[in-house]
Design a protein around this ligand. Structure first.
Ligand code: ASP
Length: 439
């Protein structure tokens, strides 16, 4: 078996955390390829090294003195080296970094040093080879990740390498300049490495025991999710559940490699398995609930709308012309509602309204603001009767008015629109009916 293990910033924030990681890696000889993030926060008041690097480089770019901040970053690493009692000095590395900062090597280069240095420490600590992803993880001239070139280079590079540390978050452009992924991008590196070595599992170690059925800021101690499919995850992630970088899914998904989200501070927990498909039933009818506030509904009314060919297209074109993406579009015989992000709409409100009058000559346009959308997601819903009924009776019970309903044709999710102020009550009621009381 071959496993790729990625550790997030909080798992590598201090020597103590490194020791936990070392134990996890040594506990399983299949954990052969290690992808570290930069040191994260040690406590809630701490600053991530990546953020310190961005700040430090901003000073360098303004030609201000950045030496004190760079010294602080160096201290963070020295603390880890000392705590692990390693025979390692990063002094020369910091000299190069200082020189490159002065030469304005770019903020991508600056940020990437967080993972680069942590990778050097990790490789030394584990006694394995260090592999710089700048040589193998490639972006094209436009800065887009070049999956095919990367896969060819990286799989060749790792072909005869039994064990290695490959820092997360960055690669290089065709001209050799360092380029990072978006924030949280070490998750993507882990996935790319897993694909390149044809791993059996991609373990992603973080500070939570996987995905939860609902947001812990709304539900106290929600249950964890044992297994979730990629499609379910997409639905939940889109609506705000975030543990993993969204783009981390694609490389492994294509290769049929499952992701296992694990907790460095509770390695005994099984975490969440993210899989392409499974016969395994969720513990409950639903797999998860997620949601977002801040939507508004634009309702267009016109007699005989249903017989007017091209009506929907003309309406959506107005939104397109104003660069507003729409979320949902419930409709009646003579009404059509377009649900959009409120902040996007507010800026262009009058332009959209006048555009709609021009395009479809409606009888009236009604606006409703401050709506929240809640996604109830579950592969089990398809085979279960009465799921929607249960949701609506639960909501009626707590006096929440449902503004909109949308069940995707895949029967994987039901989206419910409520007022912003009913958001938490609604999630509590849905969680209660499916997970707590299971009526
Ligand atoms: N260190 C980077 C960040 O803070 C990348 C990562 O941790 O995944 O965004």
């Amino acid at each position: 078996m071959k496993k790729v293990v990625k550790f997030g910033g909080s798992s590598l924030a201090s020597a103590e955390q490194f020791e936990k990681v070392g134990k996890i890696i040594r506990a399983d000889k299949d954990r052969r390829y290690v992808v570290p993030s930069a040191p994260g926060k040690r406590d809630s008041k701490d600053t991530k090294v990546t953020d310190m690097l961005y700040q430090c480089y901003a000073l360098a770019e303004e030609e201000k003195d950045f030496s004190a901040l760079l010294a602080k970053i160096s201290e963070r690493y020295q603390g880890i080296i000392d705590g692990l009692k390693l025979d390692l000095s990063l002094a020369d590395e910091f000299k190069v970094i200082e020189k490159n900062f002065k030469a304005k090597a770019g903020d991508n280069y600056a940020a990437s040093r967080g993972e680069y240095l942590n990778g050097i420490i990790m490789a030394n600590y584990l006694g394995v080879e260090f592999i710089d992803p700048a040589d193998t993880i490639r972006f094209d001239e436009d800065g887009n990740f070049d999956a095919d070139t990367t896969d060819a280079l990286l799989s060749k590079r790792l072909e005869n390498v039994e064990r290695a540390v490959i820092p997360g978050f960055y690669g290089s452009l065709p001209d050799g300049k360092v380029k990072t992924f978006s924030r949280g991008g070490s998750d993507i590196t882990g996935s790319i490495v897993a694909k390149a070595v044809k791993a059996d599992v991609y373990e992603n170690w973080t500070d939570v025991s996987g995905f939860l059925v609902a947001d812990p800021r709304i539900i106290k101690n929600p249950e964890g999710i044992d297994t979730i499919t990629y499609r379910e995850l997409r639905e939940l992630a889109y609506m705000g559940a975030s543990v993993l970088h969204e783009d981390a899914i694609f490389p492994v998904r294509k290769a049929g490699i499952p992701i296992n989200i694990r907790n460095t501070n509770r390695p005994e927990d099984n975490g969440t398995w993210i899989v392409e498909n499974t016969l395994q039933k969720s513990k409950y009818t639903i797999t998860g609930i997620a949601g977002k506030k801040g939507f508004c509904a634009v309702s267009i009314e016109k007699d005989m709308m249903n017989s007017e060919i091209g009506f929907g297209r003309k309406v959506l074109e107005v939104f397109e012309d104003n660069s507003i993406s729409f979320e949902h579009m419930p409709s009646g015989i003579d009404t059509m509602t377009v649900i959009v992000h409120q902040d996007e709409f507010e800026e262009k409100e009058q332009s959209v309204i006048s555009g709609l009058y021009k395009a479809v000559q409606p009888d009236s346009i009604d606006l409703e603001s401050d709506l929240a959308l809640i996604a109830v997601v579950g592969r089990g819903m398809k085979a279960t009767r009465g799921t929607a009924g249960r949701i609506f009776s639960a909501l009626a019970h707590v006096n929440v008015n449902v503004k909109m309903i949308d069940q995707g044709s895949s029967e994987l999710n039901i989206i419910i629109g409520v007022k912003n102020e009913d958001f938490e009550t609604a999630i509590n009621a849905i969680y209660d009916i499916f997970v707590v009381s299971q009526i």
